[in-house]
Write a protein that binds this ligand. Structure first.
Ligand code: AMP
Length: 334
């Protein structure tokens, strides 16, 4: 599809001109490409990874392209195809590694990215380290998918945009910006959405698959509404320990699903889910933090995590650290 690009998309193309030209050149040059993203993947991580996978396969059917990392506990296979299971030997022949939605080494879902002859990172999180041949990082984008699609639209070759690729990218983008709700949404976001909708995607099918719940899910919501706490400065939080997760029949990864129950409540300024993770490799309490206006990623970093200004992740080792964590968030609020 060749058409005139919107002003906002052209501006992004100009800003990353040199890196994006190299990105296009590398994708054309390499016959073997591996696409990575972060651990405990969300819509944006998986959708960007798979949107890019389909984009490359649609336009270069003879290339060998693989997607690696852990599958999602509920989104796979309902929304996203399964990841490839790839032997170590695959990574011994030169390949291009593309890493989506993450720039921190320890958060990349498959450490074999390091074997890439060239490594490209496309991310919208604050940059924490140099790990790639080059990175294209733009923290003003509402999702990694928004950035990726804009970069691809600025490529100079003629490319097809399939419904499958566009569907994955759209799921990724609306998953991270809360269906255009969060402050990172701007006119560039809508231009990208308009392009993806123009590729023939079905919003009805997409939103049905993303947001339809089971009746049993209401029991989880009920538990949280009956047990959440609010600190003096309006930090709301709920705790799901191992026993409660078993009673509610949910996995640890699903603990944060309800965090945004508190997003539009007057008097609640910051809200968190706190979920016990009994994985013997790293037993801890995983925390998801969200806010409307307060910048929370400093506290997230202080407590073993990081993320965006209004959406971050952190962890504590025991519940004894919880009062200190909540006090740190309280201290952000005037
Ligand atoms: P979560 O609450 O897990 O959905 O994470 C919210 C946002 O923070 C996502 O964009 C994550 O990628 C990011 N994030 C979560 N944990 C970390 C971490 N340890 N370091 C950096 N970013 C993180």
């Amino acid at each position: 599809m060749m058409k005139k690009l919107e002003k906002e998309i052209l501006e992004l193309g100009k800003r990353f001109k040199r890196e994006n030209q190299t990105f296009e050149k590398l994708v054309r040059q390499y016959d073997r490409i591996a696409i990575f993203r972060h651990i405990m993947p969300d819509y944006d991580a998986l959708g960007t990874q798979l949107g890019l996978y389909h984009f490359i396969k649609d336009n270069f059917p003879n290339k060998e392209v693989i997607v690696v990392g852990d599958n999602h506990v509920t989104f796979t296979p309902r929304l996203f195809q399964e990841m490839d299971k790839v032997n170590d030997s695959w990574f011994d022949t030169p390949f291009l590694a593309i890493i989506c939605d993450v720039g921190a080494k320890k958060r990349i879902a498959d450490p074999r990215f390091e074997k890439g002859e060239k490594i490209v990172v496309v991310d919208h999180h604050p940059k924490v380290e140099d790990l790639a041949t080059f990175d294209i990082t733009d923290t003003t984008k509402s999702a990694a998918a928004e950035l990726m699609v804009s970069l691809l639209l600025n490529w100079k070759g003629k490319y097809v945009w399939s419904k499958e690729s566009a569907t994955n990218f759209y799921i990724a983008m609306v998953g991270d910006n809360g269906r255009f709700q969060y402050s990172s949404t701007n006119s560039h976001t809508f231009k990208i959405a308009s392009h993806l909708i123009g590729c023939g995607i079905s919003l009805n099918e997409i939103y049905g698959a993303m947001y339809l719940k089971n009746i049993d899910d209401l029991k989880v919501t009920a538990y949280i509404l009956n047990n959440f706490k609010v600190s003096p400065q309006g930090v709301a939080y709920y705790v799901l320990d191992e026993k409660v997760q078993q009673e509610l029949q949910i996995t640890t990864e699903r603990g944060k699903e309800n965090v945004n129950l508190f997003s539009n409540i007057k008097g609640i300024n910051i809200w968190c889910s706190i979920t016990q993770d009994t994985d013997p490799k790293e037993p801890c309490w995983r925390i998801s933090i969200r806010s409307r206006e307060y910048v929370i990623n400093g506290v997230a970093t202080q407590f073993g995590g990081g993320g965006h200004a209004q959406a971050s992740g952190a962890k504590i080792n025991t519940l004894d650290e919880l009062p200190e964590f909540i006090a740190a968030l309280d201290a952000l609020i005037d």
